[in-house]
Design a protein around this ligand. Sequence first.
Ligand code: GTP
Ligand code: MG
Length: 241
Amino acid sequence: MTTGDGGIKATSENGLPAVVGRYNGDDQKIDYVYKVVVIGDSAVGKTQVLSRFTRNDFCFDSKSTIGVEFQTRTLTVKSKVVKAQIWDTAGQERYRAVTSAYYRGALGALLVYDITKRESFDHVARWVEELRSHADNSIVIALIGNKVDLEDKRAVPTEDAVEFAENEGLYFFETSALTGDNVEAAFFKLLEEIYCVVSKKSLNGDDRNGDFVTLSGSKIDVDGAPDLEISEMKKLSTCSC
Ligand SMILES: Nc1nc2c(ncn2[C@@H]2O[C@H](COP(=O)(O)OP(=O)(O)OP(=O)(O)O)[C@@H](O)[C@H]2O)c(=O)[nH]1
Ligand SMILES: [Mg+2]
């Protein structure tokens, strides 16, 4: 798969997608590429939250994700053009062949649970642990209670999640991929906070990772690399809509 906007493929030495930088198809210059990962139990709506954000799309008959895929959306954050490269993988344990590789270079994480499935919230602590052991310490995490359109089936009180988020230092949003409620707000907040973390790190001179997808975000040398690229692992899951 290409990103559909005309770039060339590049792969880094470790086999991960290398972000070299790019112009968008409409010649929009990109200042930064931020890698964000989406995690959480199976069927909580990770893929649909992502589709809502990147394509303003929703699928009722969404198939479980197999492998890893990512989608992108370019937007303006604090007057900078940021390309959010958002990685999605299976919540199902048996498909989760990824750990370190998935989290490598991630600046942000969206940890999703389903407000109608108590179990998916009970597992959130485990997901936080996984993040803490595989991702960088400074990763920005947003806890997302998805499917708020199903209020009558709610099994996780908002207060429980607020308390957990406060204790763990996470941002918290309740969303609906179906209606689109709060999806933009959650992503925007996450990206803004990433911007702040990245800016602080740059100011502190704490910018030592040689990878293109770095903890300081990917600063794009747009003049030196006019035709840039990215891309991807594999896109295996499909929506049958
Ligand atoms: N009512 C409602 N249904 C949703 C919402 N988000 C997702 N769904 C449904 O929940 C089911 C699972 O959604 P997915 O996005 O595939 O879940 P996932 O977390 O990506 O699952 P895995 O890929 O297996 O890890 C699908 O039937 C979706 O249509 C939502 O906000 N509201
Ligand atoms: Mg999925």
